[in-house]
Ligand binder design. Sequence first.
Ligand code: GLN
Length: 181
Amino acid sequence: MVGVLALQGDFEAHRRLLDGLGADSREVRTPADLAGLSGLVLPGGESTTMALGAAREGLDRALPAAAADGLPMLATCAGMILLDRDHLGVLDIRTQRNAFGRQIRSFESDVTLEGFGEPMHAVFIRAPWVADHGPTVESLGELDGHVIAVRSGRIVAVAFHPELTGETRLHRWLVDAAAAF
Ligand code: GLN
């Protein structure tokens, strides 16, 4: 069972994608919803709203605990921000919000991610980039010289929205990691 953090943002698109891969999913709004999960998606949306919701529900402690237990996670955009040093501290990364410029609300580009084969078509929406990361975090890919995808153990975080383009490889990775958990 894969959970999709559903405090805010486009969690429904992630559930549809998982459905298409034949993976059962469940919405996560409280620490109790994490019980029995073998993987978790943290969707894009608005990181400030998500961080407030996480603190209100006690997920600000439960999510780092789940990560410490090795729960595989796929975080996208605001989900990546939520995991950073300044928020839940799950990933040793510093993200810069709206890094590509507030005016450039949205753009598309092909990006190559280490270990994921052919370039993927990526949609960036007021996207962050990874301004700095520690030694436990590996960069998986860059755009214009800025890190836009990272991996740390069983957690992959990307700055873009794979759920909007029919890109399935990142979710496939999560489903496979969940099966092995
Ligand atoms: N700019 C948003 C934030 O800082 C993230 C945007 C997104 O998730 N598409 O929370």
